[in-house]
Design a protein around this ligand. Structure first.
Ligand code: GDP
Ligand code: MN
Length: 374
């Protein structure tokens, strides 16, 4: 899970890594107030999770209050690489003379953590690797023994820093490493790490990716998790939101993935991954369907169940309940086979709910119906 920039900057700030002063706003007038409070010039930064935000115009240096208002109005509600901008950061524009790159990643090839740094920050790290691979310094860390002083010293020495800046950088690396381990990160990146004219480091950007399993196991909570996914988690559903319009609900992650693949192959667009898990009760089926039928981007729900420990009659009862409460609001295509299949089908027939036995036929029907205008 990637964490939104402002929350990453807050984590930095709590850990003692210097950041610019900033406010998070969701209206142009709030941006104006924040800019007056912080003092001009300011940097307006769209809070989106897609990469390449700066290049796409999502980071703007602004000198006057009028420009704060107009740039904020333009950014808020716009889309950056398909992601809607709902919030902005208004940040103190930090004057700086150098931009460094600093990150810590999991290096699966060597089973190590890897600190990466370069005096050529600011640009994409991919670009850096392509054009100046020699400019990137790598220090591997054995996860069993962790970060030691010689790691940070080695890094600072390679970067040719002065004593003063070397001490500061080593301190920032230690603090970043603490965040990285505390939150089970796959990546903790500062790019750029600005060096001001009076030789102070300031983290201007925060990119943090937390291991998804750690988010579940440790129960981490972050701002801007897509609302739907957190809600689904509270309901105990395994749900991943996607940008298509067919809500895929199955029992078992394998079947769900296979169903999504099939929908895609047939030209449809899955709007989610929703796995009911094994042995779903009618209550659980109902909860899942209710949740999905309320998702605005879902046009049609495709329920594909292969009953093993899951009983088709339980599933059918859940479907009927959802149908009774929300029937007609959205289309539903059902495929039901396996344990207590006949009982399940009788329950569906009693309400004239159409069902399929063959997965391919059902998927074809789902894709065809989703393609029709509502
Ligand atoms: P990204 O494109 O999403 O990585 O956005 P960044 O936050 O890294 O910003 C892109 C570029 O904008 C940086 O490399 C900086 O050159 C510039 N920038 C970002 N924040 C500030 C700031 O506070 N002050 C100044 N002067 N420049 C900034
Ligand atoms: Mn950046």
């Amino acid at each position: 899970m990637r964490i939104i920039e402002y929350e990453g900057l807050r984590l930095f700030s709590e850990a003692g890594i210097p950041t610019p002063r900033f406010s998070v706003v969701d209206e142009p007038e709030r941006a104006v107030e924040a800019a007056k409070h912080i003092g001009l010039p300011v940097v307006l930064k769209a809070q989106v999770l897609v990469g390449g935000r700066g290049k796409a115009g999502g980071v703007r240096l602004v000198e006057t209050i009028e420009d704060v208002r107009s740039v904020a109005s333009r950014l808020l509600g716009s889309e950056i690489r398909g992601e809607k901008v709902r919030k902005l950061i208004v940040a103190e524009a930090v004057k700086h003379s150098k931009e460094l790159y600093l990150s810590i990643i999991v290096d699966r090839a060597s089973n190590r953590h890897l600190i990466l740094s370069s005096m050529m920050g600011g640009v994409d790290v991919e670009e850096l690797l392509k054009n100046h691979p020699e400019a990137l310094i790598k220090v591997p860390i054995d996860p069993l023994t962790g970060l030691r002083e010689w790691h940070t010293r080695k890094l600072a020495a390679h970067l040719n820093l002065s004593t003063n800046t070397s001490i500061q950088l080593q301190d920032i690396v230690r603090k970043l490493y603490n965040i990285y381990t505390q939150y089970c990160c796959d990546l903790a990146e500062i790019n750029p790490l600005a060096l001001t004219e009076n030789e102070k480091f300031v983290a201007l950007d925060a990119k943090i990716i937390v291991d998804d399993n750690a988010v579940r196991i440790k129960g981490f909570r972050f701002a801007e998790e897509t609302g739907a996914e957190s809600e689904a988690e509270r309901l105990g559903l395994n749900y991943v939101e996607l940008d298509g319009d067919i809500g895929v609900v199955c029992n078992g992650a394998g079947l769900t993935m296979a169903t999504m693949d099939l929908i895609h192959t047939l030209g449809g667009r899955p709007g989610c991954f929703l796995d009911l898990g094994g042995g779903a009760s009618s209550e659980r089926v109902f909860t899942a369907l209710k949740f999905l039928l309320n998702r605005p981007h879902i046009k049609l729900v495709f329920l594909n169940v292969l009953g093993g420990i899951t009983r088709c009659d339980e599933v059918a009862e859940g479907i009927v309940r959802a149908f009774d409460e929300f029937g007609g609001s959205k289309k539903m295509v059902v495929r039901l086979v396996g344990t207590r299949e006949e009982e399940g089908k009788r329950i569906l027939e009693s309400r004239n709910i159409e069902y399929y036995t063959r997965m391919l036929e059902a998927a074809e029907a789902a894709v065809k119906q989703a393609a029709k205008p509502i």
